[in-house]
Write a protein that binds this ligand. Structure first.
Ligand code: FAD
Length: 340
């Protein structure tokens, strides 16, 4: 990722697209066709493939990532979670990545099953019996120790804070609390930060500013001065989905945005249309924020494996490659979820 970014003109904007592996074979086949269309027409700088916590989607995630990297030829970032995963499973995934030419990993903790998590609570820094990884930083350290610089590593950031059970005030979100741990991940070898989805541009602006100016206690350096920070944006696919996702991710919907969605909530097509307006406005606001000298602006779209809204947003924001505009607008109309 960082090599790709470094080759772009400094004032450019790039974007990435996230996909998850469908559960059924039919879903997988549908997604493959859609992926081919989307990557050809939209030309994302890279795509990312999610990973089910505990390795629940390991085979399918690796299969999908390989399709993206090898068949479609799009640089691919594999998400990899480490909690409830032993080192053997992690290394199998990383070796598989090496064998298919995947050089980018988004190193995550994942959300442990609740019961197990409770064991970690009394002393969040310690590992439960037999567990080799507790925090994302453990995975970053492992990758660097064992694989040197082969992988470019991304880590998660939370513009509105992370609601964690291990937080001193359990479940509360707090950017302040997270920053030293984000610093640990960066010092351990993370190359870029990809953020939780947000609809709150003010919160995002503050977060980015705070990171850029953050001085690490130990090194006394501005650790995040010029590292790529890529904001996560999720197109609004339906009223139900946005309600569910924002609840799960603890992302707030600012009042003005909420009012616009509420006003059309009974009309799915209108929700999508207003959603395109909202996300396009967010994109423009984020593009207007200052960037470190020479660093292109990145955007990450959580696609939910859907095509149309992203296409409209990219078109509206003039982020589509000019030669492929016609292909993008001829994307299939139905845009139904490809999950089986
Ligand atoms: P960490 O960086 O380990 O942090 C987790 C929490 O613990 C934070 O609150 C942090 O402040 C705190 N913390 C960290 N280290 C310590 C310490 N030493 N002592 C005390 N507290 C500490 N989940 C999936 O299962 N699959 C995915 O594919 C996936 N993709 C994601 C993509 C993005 C861009 C993002 C933002 C999240 C994704 N997640 C995914 C969700 C993620 O796994 C959860 O949010 C998880 O709860 C935290 O992961 P993390 O990597 O941020 O953890």
């Amino acid at each position: 990722v960082t090599t790709l970014v470094s080759r772009l003109p400094p004032s450019s904007t790039y974007f990435s697209l996230e996909f998850f592996p469908p559960k059924t074979q039919a879903g997988f086949t549908n997604l493959q066709a859609r992926l081919a269309r989307m990557t050809t027409a939209f030309r994302p700088l890279f795509v990312t493939v999610t990973w089910g916590a505990g390795g629940s989607t390991a085979t399918k995630s690796l299969e999908l990532a390989e399709i993206c990297q090898r068949q479609l030829g799009v640089p691919t970032v594999l998400h990899l979670t480490c909690t409830n995963m032993n080192q053997k499973l992690i290394d199998e995934a990383l070796e598989e990545c090496q064998s298919v030419g995947i050089r980018n990993i988004l190193a995550l903790r994942g959300d442990p099953p609740r019961e197990e998590y409770k064991d970690v609570l009394p002393d969040p820094g310690s590992k439960a019996d037999g567990e080799e990884f507790v925090w994302a930083v453990d995975l970053v350290k492992h990758i660097r120790r064992k694989y040197g610089d082969y992988f470019c590593i991304g880590v998660a950031g939370y513009p509105e804070g992370h609601a964690d059970e291990s937080h001193p005030e359990a479940g509360k979100q707090n950017v302040e609390h997270d920053l030293p741990y984000l610093a640990e991940k960066t010092k351990a070898g993370a190359d870029f930060i990809m953020t939780q989805l947000t609809y709150d541009v003010k919160a995002y602006r503050n977060y980015e500013e705070r990171l850029r100016n953050y001085i690490d206690d130990e090194t006394k350096k501005k650790l995040f001065k010029d590292i790529p920070i890529i904001p996560g944006l999720m197109p609004i696919q339906s009223y139900q989905i946005i309600r569910r996702i924002t609840k799960l991710s603890h992302a707030k919907i600012p009042d003005d945005i909420s009012a616009r969605i509420e006003a059309v909530k009974n009309d799915d097509e209108e929700v999508k249309k207003v959603g395109v307006d909202i996300i396009s406005e967010l994109v423009e606001q984020i593009r207007g924020m200052p960037q470190p000298d020479g660093l292109p602006r990145g955007l990450h779209f959580y696609t939910l494996n859907l095509e149309k809204s992203v296409a409209f947003i990219l078109e509206r924001c003039k982020l589509l490659p000019t030669t492929s505009e016609s292909e993008a607008s001829s994307s299939d109309d139905s845009d139904v979820a490809v999950e089986g």
